[in-house]
Structures are given as structure tokens and as C-alpha cells.
Design a protein around this ligand. Structure first.
Ligand SMILES: [Zn+2]
Length: 488
């Protein structure tokens, strides 16, 4: 297999990807919290993981992909107000319960409604579904089991029904984000809040939280009724689905517990993934995740998305403005996944124009002949691009180099279809559908051919206009008439 290089946030270097098993790769992606529509920033992160998965598959790996659904509130505050731990992380209102109360529904109803909407959003963007979408509420026992392990091993402590992770016991803390213990003390000095008096140290975080009496989403545990912290769900579910860490519901000490790749957004690095590493590695006693990949932020008009700014867009906002959602997919491909992507309506429009031009070119190729074989020179360059830390901007440059080349059209079409296994732009579907020339247009072409032979140029021009009226453009070439579907 060809070499693949990925930038590992752990170590902050581009590294050659070496899988745990020769031809299988396990990926865990942090999924959505399902209490409102996910926005295009979330989707940019999921699109990056989709490209990763498609590139691995393109290279011949079998990928097993796990993406969790957070359906119990984890108390994450608005990104704008969160900072070093302590700035309200434990004090915010559970967003799922809050939304349920507002809508007069149960938290389960709210979670299932938005889970469905999330899956629909992924579908219209051609994001290949994960093999499994585990729900946090269905893995409470694994989270309790993991919390028990951390208590037994001395990495956690209980204070009045709440279990905290004792961060200072985990010497490697900070290896992902750079927020090491010495730096954290300084960071947190400024934000200590009164609600945290239960903790031994303000850098500690909750694994399990005691439930207030009137809380609706809560479970029995060895420490009384409560609910899990956010970070523990990803440790529990990644270990459960990608390793042998659990056996018959019990923690299994015998097996190796390695995971190939973990993905998320740049905003997940700290505290979420730093805390996940602390939990998983303290519980198992070994390094768990080999490669951490993070997608950069999506900015809107150069600014961070924020509800109070009114610039938090969803897929339905794009559709309302009559955009093809795949134009957004194209837009994300124009920027490297680790870079920040600046979304503007103009940039989306430009992406849609480029995508339509590509559809039009391809339809022209397919309308005029057989799809033949993949061009190996271009394919090699394409693999080199995407295997180089998923360089999709370079891959798109190759797409347009290919379009402008003088390669036979059947070969162009075959090569673009092959590239689309990674790009996911529906190239084959759109081109094949558009290339189905209706009988009436075929007849007009024949009549024009006849008129041309007779030298009746005015009849020929008239027929050309008639064909145009049916959505096809006729191009005269040395080999005869060629048709191009007019894509609006
Ligand atoms: Zn997560």
C-alpha cells in the first residue's frame, strides 16, 4: 500500500500512518450533541473525517468508523464563554433537558428528533455513515465501569456523590493541547469559581455528577443517582467499539487497547480530548490513541460563529438560499482541513459555480462517448496529493488540470469518476443523469447533421437554437457535432 502521511496533533508533526492491523483501520469521531440543528462548522469537521475515511478506503484499507451521539447534556457552555476549565463548565444548564422543557417534550424526544436531523444533514453532504453511532445514554454502565477503574487506581475521588478525575495524578496531562500541569495552575488561578469548592483542585474535572432531585435524565450508580460527565462517554465508547477493553460489560485487563485514529474539531482538543486521554490512559495503563486529527475552525465573514452574532448557519439555511448542499462540500475541499475555512455567501457561490462547471464539462464528456479507462499518471498524482495529509486543495487543482488537458474525453470521465471516490461530489450520478439525451434532441441532431451535409446553414443554425431551447449546446468539432448539457 502507498504511504499515507497525517498531521498528528499529538506531537504536532506530519507522520507516516502505520495501522495497528495491516489492512484495517479503526476511527473514532466525536459526534454531535443532539439538542438543536448542527451548524456548518460541525459539518466541516465531519466532512474532514469523511475525507480521511475515503482516502483510507481508496488506499485499500477496511475502515471501521465510530461516531458517538451525545444525548445526555454534558454541560458544555457556549464556546465563547468557555475557557480554561472552571468558567462555568459545571454550572451551565443541561442543553438537552433545557430544550425539552422549552418544547414541552421529553429529553429523549428532543434527542431522537435532532439525531435524525443530523443524519439527514450528513446524508445530503455525502458523508458516508459511520458503522456505528453509539448513544451516550445507552453506555452508562461502561462509563460507570471506567469510573470505578479510575477510583480503584487512585486517579479519581468522590465528593458527595460526584466523582472527579484527579488531574495532578496523571503526569502526562497536557501532552495533546500543551496545557500541562504547570501552565494550568496559572491559567486557572484567574477563573476559580465558587461552585467548585467540592474539588480538591480546580483543574480536576467530573467523571460522574450527582443529580439534583428534580433532574429527569439520571441513573443509579454506586455513588447514588447521577449522570456522566461529557469526556467519559468518549473514553468508554471508543474503548468499547474499537478495542477489547470491555468483556461481558466488565473491564478487561488482558487485551491490548489501541485505537488507530481519533478525530474532532480544533475546539475539542482542550479540554475534551486532553481529558479523554487522561481517563483512557489512566484506566488502561497504556497509550490508547495513535493519531489525533483535528479540523480547523470554520469562520463566517472572518469571525467565529456565535448565536448572538446571528451567523450560525445550518444546512437548511443553505437550502433556503437555493444552494446545492454539495457546493458546501466543494467549498470545504478548497481549504486544507487543518486550516481555518472562511465561509462567506460569495465563497459558497463561487464553489457552486465551480462545481456546476465541473458537472457541465463531465456531462459533455459522457454525452459524447464511452467512459474508458483511468489515466494512471493523473491517478498517481491524485493519490500523492490526498495521501499527503489529505491535501484536497491540491486534488482539486489536479481535477482542473485534467479538465484542461487534451486527454480523450472518455479517459477524463473515467479518471474523474475515480477521483470522486474521495471527493464525494456525485460526479458520476449527475453526469450520467444529465447525459441521457432525450429522443427529441437526438432527432434534432440528426436533422442538423442532414442540413449541414446539404450546406443549409440557416436551417442548421435554426436547429442549433431549437436544441439549445431543450437544454443542450451543440459544439461543432472536426469529428462532428458534440453535445453539452446546459447546467444552470
Ligand atoms: Zn468526544
Amino acid at each position: 500500500m502507498a504511504d499515507i502521511f497525517l498531521t498528528n496533533t499529538l506531537g504536532k508533526k506530519k507522520e507516516k500512518f502505520v495501522p495497528i492491523n495491516s489492512d484495517k483501520v479503526g476511527i473514532y469521531s466525536c459526534g454531535p450533541t443532539v439538542y438543536r440543528d448542527i451548524h456548518i462548522g460541525n459539518l466541516r469537521t465531519y466532512l474532514s473525517a469523511d475525507i480521511l475515511k475515503r482516502v483510507l478506503t481508496y488506499n485499500g484499507y477496511k475502515v471501521y468508523h465510530v461516531k458517538n451521539i451525545t444525548d445526555v447534556g454534558h454541560m458544555r457552555t457556549d464556546p465563547a464563554t468557555s475557557g480554561p476549565r472552571g468558567a462555568g463548565e459545571e454550572a451551565a444548564i443541561d442543553p438537552i433537558i433545557d430544550e425539552a422543557l422549552k418544547q414541552g417534550k421529553t429529553p429523549q424526544e428532543v434527542a431522537s428528533e435532532y439525531t435524525k436531523k443530523f443524519l439527514d444533514d450528513e446524508k445530503v453532504l455525502n458523508i458516508i455513515p459511520a458503522n456505528v453511532f453509539p448513544k451516550a445514554t445507552e453506555h452508562i454502565s461502561e462509563m460507570i465501569e471506567l469510573t470505578k477503574q479510575l477510583l480503584e487506581k487512585g486517579f479519581a475521588y468522590e465528593t458527595r456523590g460526584t466523582i472527579y478525575f484527579d488531574v495532578k495524578r496523571f503526569a502526562d496531562y497536557g501532552k495533546l493541547s500543551g496545557n500541562t500541569l504547570d501552565k494550568m495552575d496559572k491559567l486557572l488561578g484567574a477563573v476559580r469559581v465558587a461552585t467548585e469548592t467540592d474539588k480538591k483542585d480546580s483543574i480536576d474535572f467530573a467523571l460522574w455528577k450527582k443529580a439534583q432531585n428534580d433532574r429527569s435524565l439520571k441513573w443509579d450508580s454506586p455513588w447514588g443517582e447521577g449522570f456522566p460527565g461529557w469526556h467519559i462517554e468518549c473514553s468508554a465508547m471508543s474503548l468499547k467499539y474499537l478495542t477489547d477493553a470491555f468483556k461481558d460489560g466488565e473491564f478487561n485487563h488482558e487485551q491490548s487497547r489501541r485505537i488507530d485514529i481519533h478525530t474532532g474539531g480544533e475546539d475539542n482538543i482542550f479540554p475534551h480530548h486532553e481529558d479523554e486521554i487522561a481517563q483512557s490512559e489512566a484506566a488502561t495503563g497504556e497509550k490508547v490513541v495513535n493519531y489525533w486529527l483535528h479540523a480547523g475552525f470554520l469562520l463566517v465573514d472572518g469571525k467565529k460563529m456565535a448565536r448572538r452574532e446571528g451567523n450560525v448557519y445550518t444546512v437548511s439555511d443553505l437550502v433556503k438560499k437555493s444552494f446545492n448542499p454539495l457546493a458546501f462540500r466543494y467549498l470545504t475541499l478548497t481549504t486544507h482541513y487543518r486550516s481555518r475555512l472562511n465561509f462567506t455567501w460569495d465563497s459558497l457561490k463561487a464553489a457552486e459555480t465551480a462545481l456546476n462547471n465541473l458537472y457541465r464539462e463531465l456531462t459533455g464528456y459522457v454525452t459524447n462517448g464511452e467512459v474508458t479507462s483511468v489515466n494512471s499518471d493523473f491517478e498517481k498524482k491524485f493519490v500523492d496529493a490526498v495521501n499527503n495529509d489529505l491535501d484536497t486543495p491540491a486534488a482539486l487543482t489536479l481535477v482542473w488540470d485534467l479538465v484542461r488537458s487534451n486527454m480523450p474525453v472518455g479517459e477524463k470521465a473515467a479518471t474523474l469518476y475515480k477521483f470522486d471516490e474521495v471527493l464525494g461530489l456525485d460526479l458520476e450520478k449527475v453526469a450520467e443523469e444529465a447525459a441521457e439525451v432525450p429522443e427529441e434532441v437526438k432527432k434534432l441532431i440528426e436533422q442538423r447533421e442532414e442540413a449541414w451535409k446539404k450546406g443549409d446553414f440557416s436551417e442548421s443554425d435554426k436547429l442549433r437554437n431549437e436544441i439549445k431551447g431543450k437544454g443542450y449546446e451543440v459544439v461543432d468539432t472536426p469529428e462532428g457535432q458534440k453535445l453539452k448539457k446546459v447546467v444552470s
